[in-house]
Every structure is written in C-alpha cells, then in structure tokens.
Design a protein around this ligand. Sequence first.
Ligand SMILES: [Zn+2]
Length: 197
Amino acid sequence: MMKSERTNSPQSLKEHSKKWGREYKGNLAVNLGYSFHWHNRYDEIEKALFDMADNHCSFCDIRPLKASGATIEHFRPKKTFPLLAYVWANLFYACSNCQKKGKRFDPTCKPLKPDQFNYSFNYYFIFIETVEEILLKPNPARSPEEQKRADETIKLYGLNKFARPEARKAELEDYREDVKLGKNKNKKYYSYRFILE
Ligand SMILES: [Zn+2]
C-alpha cells in the first residue's frame, strides 16, 4: 500500500455529501436492503479517484485496474457508516479483490488508511522475497500496536492472498530485467511500487 495524497473533492460531494449521507442513513433505517447509489455522479467521482491514485489500486497497488465500472471503495463501509458514504476522505480507487473486504471493518483495530498523515509503506511494512513470491509483513521494528495495525491491513485487504505474492515477485523480476536492459519505465507505470528498488 502506497501513500496517497488526498486531492480536492469533486464539486458534487462538496455540495451534497452531508445531505446524501443523511438520506442514505434514513433509507437504511427503514429498509436494510436499500440500494446505495451515486446520484448519477459515479463517473465524476470515479475519475477524481482514478486521478488521485494514478490508476493504481489504493491498497494492493496493482495497475492498471480493469475497467469494471466498480472501482470505488468505501474505507469505512457504507452500511455501517452511512453518514460517510459520500464523504470524499472515505473514498478510494480500488480493485475488485481489495473490495472483497465488504462490510468487514473494526475501528478498534485501526486499519491503516493510505492517505493518513505520515503513512509510509516502509514504516509499517517489510517484504520478504523468496524464489517464488514476495510476502508482506508488519515491520518488526515498530511498536506492537503499530504492527497490529499493519497486520490488520494485510488481512482486511487480503494483501497476501489472491496470488498477489507471486504476482509481486513476477513484477519485480520484470522490473529488474527492464533495469538490466536499460528499458525501465517510470516506476509509476509498474504495479506494487513499494517493492521496486
Ligand atoms: Zn487492490
């Protein structure tokens, strides 16, 4: 998970996020199965998140994301935190696997948020490279509480699942090969930027 710099909110959310959140909460109170919708602003919001993340998943960092039309992740799940459903700071661009997190979110475990003040991959995580894969682990140099937060983030977004350890290894091998041949692109064009040396 790379550090994200939060950009300016799309105008529609600036104007309507509180009202839309209250309405959504009210509708859920009457009908738990109430369907969430984006008030026809999905494209605008997705584009702003795409730009902020530079087409990387905000959590696993894969790039580019498949155009699935479902790339907006609520960091605090919308059904549990309906008032945050349209709050810009709660929204991230994310791949379908990272979105499998669904309703799981325990505030007491304090999962790491990519745009949080002073977040960095190297502070919270280390990676372990073998011949086959690259696993992410909490940084053992950190406090027990910080390691717990890193561990919770790995579990919440399945950062060592979905064949990601193997995919990271393959990406690093490709990157090293490109460097060797002098063909390496800007790092922003690779997935899993946090493992590139
Ligand atoms: Zn992802």
